[in-house]
Design a protein around this ligand. Structure first.
Ligand SMILES: *Cc1c(COP(=O)(O)O)cnc(C)c1O
Length: 440
C-alpha cells in the first residue's frame, strides 16, 4: 500500500481517472465544474468517481475510499441510501418536471416549516447560491435598504455581491474576491471579522440605518470549522433588531445536519430569514429560503419582488428531500450523528496529541475539521502558512493512499454520515495515525 512517490503529488496510478481528467480539461475549464474538485490545493489528479455506496466511493479505476466529503454536505444518510434511491425512482417514473405545482413541493415545505420555526414560509430554488441571492433580494425589498453585511471566511455561494472574503478569500473591505465582479456590486457589501463584537458595534454605529441584512453561517464551515461564541451571535441578533436590519442565517450546511432545527435550534437564536440547501435535497440540486410570513409576502406573485426558476420545486429533487428528512426523523439521526462525531473525537484526540506537528480537531456534531494552524484552531478566518498548507497536502495524499477520501483543501470541513460505522471510524483513525507519521 505504501507506495513511495516523489513530491507532494504522490498518488497511486489511476489510469482511468487520469484519462478522464485529460479529456475533461479539453472541454471543461480546469476539467471540473466546481473549482475545489480539481485538487489544486493539494496537487495531483482529481479522482473521477464511478459510484458511491454508504460510506464509500469508488473511483473510475475501481478503487474504493472511505468518504468524508459526502458531496460537501448533502449525503447525511450516505451514498445511494435505499430509501432515497427508491423515492427518486418512483418520482422519476412519473416524469422529471412539470413546470406546474406538485404535491411533493408542499410536502417538503411542510417539513421545513415544521422543523424551523423562524421559517413560516419557504420557497424552493435549485442551489444554495440561489437561495442566498433570493433571501438577500427579499431582505432588501422588505427593508428598503441596500447594505449587506457578511463575515470574512463565510461562504454564501457565488453570487456577485457576496464574493468578498468568501471561504479562504482574503478579508478586504468590499473588494471582490473574484474577477468579473464589478466593484459597484460589492460596494453595497460590508465585511466584518467573525468573533468580534466591537467590530459589529462599530459598523452599526456608523452605518446602521443603511443595513438591509446581516448574513452569517451560524456555524461557519467554509474556512475550516469556526464555531462562534453564543454571546457573539446573540449580540448580532440584538444589534440587527435594534437597527431594523434583518438577520439571515445561512444554514445551507448546518440545516438538518446539526439538529432538526439547524444551528438556530441549538443556539436558541431565531433569524429573520434562513437559507437551506445540501441536506434538504438528499443529493439532488435543491436550495430553499424561508422566513417570517410578512417578509416572504414580498415575493411575486403576491408581492413586488421577483424570483423564479424553471426547475424550482422539481418533483424528483423534492422526493429525494422528503425521503431524506423522513429517514432522519425516523432514525433519530441527530443523536446518532452526535454520538458518531463524539466517538470519532474520542478516537482521534490521542492520535493528534502524538503527532509531530500541531493538528487540532474542531467538531460540531457530525462536522469536523483538522486544523493545521500551529498557533491553535482559530475562531475566525485565519490563513495557513505555506508550511502548514504543505503539511495538509501531504496528509491528504497519505490518507488517500490509505483509502480515505478527505476534502482536497485544508479549509474544508469533513462530514460524517449515518452510513459511517464504528469500524469506519476506527479505520479512519488508523489511517490518520499512519499518515501523520508519514508526513515529514
Ligand atoms: C454550499 C454553500 C452555499 C452554496 O450552495 P450551492 O448549492 O453550492 O450553490 C451557500 N452557503 C453555504 C453556507 C454553503 O456551505
Amino acid at each position: 500500500m505504501n507506495v513511495s512517490r516523489p513530491g507532494r503529488t504522490a498518488q497511486l496510478p489511476q489510469p482511468r481517472s487520469a484519462e478522464l481528467y485529460e479529456r475533461a480539461c479539453r472541454v471543461i475549464p480546469g476539467g471540473v465544474n466546481s473549482p475545489v474538485r480539481a485538487f489544486r490545493a493539494v496537487g495531483g489528479t482529481p479522482l473521477f468517481i464511478a459510484r458511491g455506496s454508504g460510506s464509500n466511493i469508488f473511483d473510475a479505476d475501481g478503487r474504493s475510499y472511505l468518504d468524508f466529503v459526502g458531496s460537501w454536505g448533502p449525503l447525511i444518510a450516505g451514498h445511494a441510501h435505499p430509501a432515497v434511491v427508491s423515492a427518486v425512482q418512483e418520482a422519476l417514473a412519473r416524469g422529471t418536471t412539470y413546470g406546474a405545482p406538485c404535491a411533493a413541493e408542499v410536502e417538503l415545505a411542510e417539513r421545513l416549516v415544521a422543523a424551523y420555526p423562524a421559517a413560516e414560509q419557504v420557497r424552493f430554488v435549485s442551489s444554495g447560491t440561489e437561495a442566498v441571492m433570493s433571501a438577500i433580494r427579499v431582505a432588501r425589498a422588505f427593508t428598503s435598504r441596500e447594505l449587506i453585511v457578511k463575515f470574512a471566511g463565510c461562504y454564501h455561494g457565488h453570487a456577485d455581491h457576496l464574493l468578498v472574503a468568501a471561504g479562504s478569500g482574503l478579508a478586504t473591505l468590499g473588494r471582490p474576491a473574484s474577477a468579473g465582479v464589478p466593484a459597484a456590486f460589492t460596494g453595497c457589501t460590508r465585511v466584518l471579522p467573525l468573533d468580534e463584537e466591537t467590530a459589529l458595534e462599530a459598523l452599526f454605529a456608523a452605518e446602521g440605518p443603511g443595513v438591509a441584512a446581516v448574513i452569517i453561517e451560524p456555524l461557519p464551515a467554509n474556512h475550516g470549522l469556526l464555531p462562534q461564541r453564543r454571546e457573539f451571535l446573540a449580540r448580532l441578533r440584538e444589534l440587527t433588531r435594534a437597527h431594523g436590519a434583518l438577520l439571515i442565517f445561512d444554514e445551507v450546511i448546518s440545516g438538518f445536519r446539526l439538529a432538526r432545527g439547524g444551528a438556530a435550534e441549538l443556539l436558541g437564536i431565531a433569524p429573520d430569514l434562513a437559507t437551506f440547501g445540501k441536506v434538504i435535497g438528499g443529493g439532488m440540486p435543491v436550495g430553499a429560503f424561508g422566513g417570517a410570513r410578512a417578509i416572504m409576502a414580498r415575493l411575486a406573485p403576491d408581492g413586488d419582488t421577483y424570483q423564479a426558476g424553471t426547475l424550482s420545486g422539481n418533483p424528483v429533487a423534492m422526493a429525494a428531500g422528503v425521503a431524506t428528512l423522513d429517514l432522519l426523523s425516523r432514525e433519530s439521526a441527530w443523536q446518532r450523528l452526535e454520538a458518531r462525531g463524539a466517538e470519532l473525537e474520542r478516537l482521534v484526540k490521542p492520535v493528534l496529541a502524538a503527532a509531530r506537528f500541531p493538528v487540532h480537531l474542531v467538531r460540531a456534531g457530525s462536522l469536523f475539521w483538522l486544523s493545521l494552524h500551529s498557533a491553535g484552531a482559530p475562531r475566525s478566518a485565519v490563513s495557513l502558512t505555506q508550511q502548514e498548507a504543505a503539511r495538509f497536502a501531504a496528509l491528504f495524499h497519505a490518507m488517500l493512499e490509505r483509502g480515505v477520501y478527505l476534502p482536497p483543501s485544508a479549509y474544508e470541513t469533513c462530514f460524517v454520515s449515518l452510513a459511517h460505522s464504528a469500524a469506519d471510524l476506527a479505520r479512519f483513525t488508523q489511517a490518520l495515525r499512519e499518515s501523520l507519521a508519514a508526513v515529514a
